[in-house]
Design a protein around this ligand. Structure first.
Ligand code: NAP
Ligand code: ZN
Length: 377
């Protein structure tokens, strides 16, 4: 009891959560972590809980590299989501079940399984009851969030295994490549969810801004939903790829004349840009009542012209990932339409190089880490 009290006080002192369940059963897992905002990711050992009765233990086979991992590792979101170090990123996880708790009913050992950006929520709030766990005020993100079981923060998928409550574990369609499926768990759902919400379908004109990990999934999904898809990119060398991915047209966004040709014409624009850019130039491309949804999360706030929105009753909104049921729906949709991310598979030892390339938009179109490289070390 004294030890528990001391631990709770220590958690408080370091602004860490006190554990709601005091778990003694833990094991060591291999991982890659960053020690500070300026440190490279490096090999480490972390502690995971042994599966409790509702948990699934997963051997991680692939983990995608999301630009959010880079933002978080480098503490670029310090004003809204400061990074706690050491930080083990990774929320695009696909693997194989190795162990299940006694009350688990959806999974058994050897099943394929996937985990995205959330590993828990309070399950009782109106958002959770509506199946919108991504808006739960008490959700637990897969990394850098208070860990209810062990204290400290959660550790993500740049690791050889993970333990997650079965309610936050997804089934993987059997026809999809695993390396290309991993990025669906963030890039896929983050683009699918707002497109469903804003009713992207046949007959709608849709723009995807920024052909990166999220953007290229947005193109594939909007195309599969039947929309007319226009890609806006700063990278002229991505033009052919964009068409191949399913775009009907491609605009090099640095060309003002090309941009102007689309003025006032879009029903929906998905902005998946990771850095500073002029969002007003895109708001002007919306038709009456059109919507621009930001999924990209650049470090700095940017100005928005009131008149751009007022004229045409246009709206500007944002969207975070998606709920658990919708994430499963997205995976099933991708299974039916044979959609996976275009990936460059890398060993974990190349993760720091991959981050530098991500900053130069030099990836086609998602890095997927082969976690066998971590186990073989
Ligand atoms: P990414 O692969 O790096 O793609 C970002 C793309 O943005 C680049 O490929 C590039 O596309 C464009 N871009 C980069 N710098 C630019 C600049 N200075 N000006 C204009 N365009 C630029 O990143 P990602 O993993 O897709 O993530 C994109 C953003 O979404 C990140 O901020 C990430 O944190 C955020 N995100 C949000 C959620 C959510 O729930 N809302 C979920 C996941 C990620 P072109 O070469 O085609 O121009
Ligand atoms: Zn992500």
């Amino acid at each position: 009891m004294l030890a528990y009290f001391a631990y709770t006080m220590a958690c408080f002192a370091y602004r860490k959560p006190s554990p709601s369940i005091y778990i003694k059963c833990m094991y060591n897992a291999k991982a890659y972590s960053a020690a500070s905002a300026s440190s490279p990711l490096a090999s480490t050992t972390i502690t995971r809980r042994d599966p409790t009765e509702n948990d699934v233990q997963i051997e991680i086979l692939y983990c995608g590299i999301c630009h959010s991992d880079l933002h978080q590792v480098r503490n670029e979101w310090k004003d809204v989501m400061p990074t706690v170090y050491p930080c083990v990123p990774g929320h695009e996880i696909v693997g194989r079940v190795t162990k299940v708790g006694s009350a688990v009913s959806k999974f058994k050992p050897n099943d394929l399984a996937a985990v995205g950006c959330m590993v828990d929520s309070d399950r009782t709030c109106p958002e959770c009851r509506a199946g919108l766990e991504q808006f739960c005020p008490n959700f637990t993100l897969t990394y850098n969030f208070p860990d209810k079981h062990l204290g400290g923060v959660t550790y993500g998928g740049y690791s050889d295994s993970v333990v997650v409550d079965e309610r936050f574990v997804l089934h993987v369609p059997s026809n999809l490549s695993l390396a290309g499926t991993a990025p669906l768990l963030c890039a896929g759902i983050t683009t699918y969810s707002p497109m469903r919400h804003w009713r992207v379908e046949k007959g709608k004109k849709v723009a995807v801004v920024g052909l990166g990990g999220l953007g290229h999934m947005g193109v594939k999904i909007a195309h599969a939903l039947g929309a007319h898809v226009v890609v806006f990119t700063t990278s002229p060398n991505k033009k052919d790829d964009a068409l191949h991915l399913g775009a009907d047209e491609v605009v090099i966004s640095k060309n003002a004349d090309e941009m102007q040709k689309h003025a006032g014409s879009f029903d929906f624009i998905l902005d998946a840009v990771s850095a500073d850019h002029d969002v007003n130039a895109y708001i002007n491309l919306l038709r009456r009542d059109g919507n621009l949804t930001l999924v990209g999360a650049p470090e700095k706030p940017f100005p928005v012209s009131a008149f751009g929105l007022i004229m045409g009753r246009r709206s500007l909104s944002g969207s975070p990932i998606g709920g658990i049921a919708e994430t499963q729906e997205m995976l099933d949709f991708c299974g039916q339409h044979d959609i996976t991310a275009d990936v460059e598979i890398i060993p974990i030892q190349k993760v720091n190089e991959a981050y530098e390339r991500l900053l130069k938009s030099d990836v086609k179109y998602r890095f997927s880490i082969d976690m066998a490289s971590l186990r073989s070390k």
